[in-house]
Design a protein around this ligand. Sequence first.
Ligand code: ATP
Ligand code: MG
Length: 421
Amino acid sequence: MINSIRGFNDILPPETYIWQHIEKEARQIFETYGFSEIRVPIVEKTGLFSRSIGETTDIVEKEMYTFADRHGESITLRPEGTAPVVRAYIEHKLYGSDHIAKLYYLGPMFRYERPQKGRFRQFYQIGAEVFGIDDPKADAETLEMLVSLFQKLGLEGISLQINSLGCKDCRPLYKEKLLTFLQDKKSQLCQDCQRRFEINPLRTLDCKSQGCIEITSHAPSILDAVCDGCKTHFKKVQEYLTLSQVDFSLNPKMVRGLDYYIRTTFEITALGLGSQNAVAAGGRYDGLVKSLYGPDVPGFGFAIGVERLVMLLKDSVQRSAFSVQPLVFMITLGEKAEKAAMPMIKTLRSQGIKLERDYGNKSIKLQMKRADKLGAKLALILGDDELASHNITIKNMEGGEQEKVSLDKVEERLRILLSNP
Ligand code: ATP
Ligand code: MG
């Protein structure tokens, strides 16, 4: 047997219905906020990610699927969606006159991480990006949209944490402050934090190792250190969130694993996910478009981890919410009936009725059994009697009642029966 690769999952029915449900709700809500879908490639030039995400981040240092293609060019399976969307925004000049563009995407991402609960090597994200608005209203409104989606999906026990990471002017000053604070404690930090100490000390704040958590619990807060412009921006984000009735809390230690974020960053965590409890994250990335050789356009975005969302919804969402179409099963008895049924099956399907059939001229008992197994709501039975009288039998698979209907009335009758709960 050839198995799938570690960390790469098959998503099987009926779980795929939850996926479709999530995707449908996301598309619907994003469209109402003025976002349009963009589809970008799964593979990009490696430099796109190392340049944007940052050379000293976990993603670029150890998690990327990077290969040489047949001509020796270094290519990478996308570990996240923002960089490819920014590349496309620049490449196709999607900025128009005001630079504003609102785009969303859905699709797989790839990271070479240790597979565990809620952490895979291929995983899906639904993300959105707003270009061209540096106003804090864009931050707050995009967060409002994200939280609305989670509410619409019936997600419970979620919490939104926000932070400000400052900007290119004030963050270096905070970095110095933090370095001074950590200087005499450097040897007690974990190996990763020691290694990237000078280049990226902020990562220490976000480190999950117990020692680093204790050491940084007394570190100076970034929220006290950011400049007035960043302070005002962050205050406004909070004010607008409150106005739009989005609950949040402040987490000055939240740093995020991608270097391009400035000012507002956030994470949404959920109860019931264990240690991989972040279900969505993102923030502001003014400067990223320019650093990828585009115009100086601000941006704000987020990504939702779909597997984690599915885990959360699996038990709580009613199957009926997925609007799975009820199934009709066509039972035919004998070759003559089977042939007579073929045009009818085609017609009913073309009318949008979900219909499954037998393919092997099996006994009525076996066909019933399969109809039952598939969860059919109705069975159509066509045998010699029915053929002779131009009728068909409709059987309700739940209650067991049967009725005979004239062949030209089948569709009409099915519609009535299928629309009754
Ligand atoms: P984490 O802290 O869980 O490693 P992250 O900071 O690396 O997350 P982002 O890059 O911000 O995550 O991605 C946004 C979301 O994508 C995460 O909140 C999470 O729900 C999901 N995600 C990230 N990595 C994985 C993975 N390897 N497997 C499944 N979902 C993931
Ligand atoms: Mg990660």
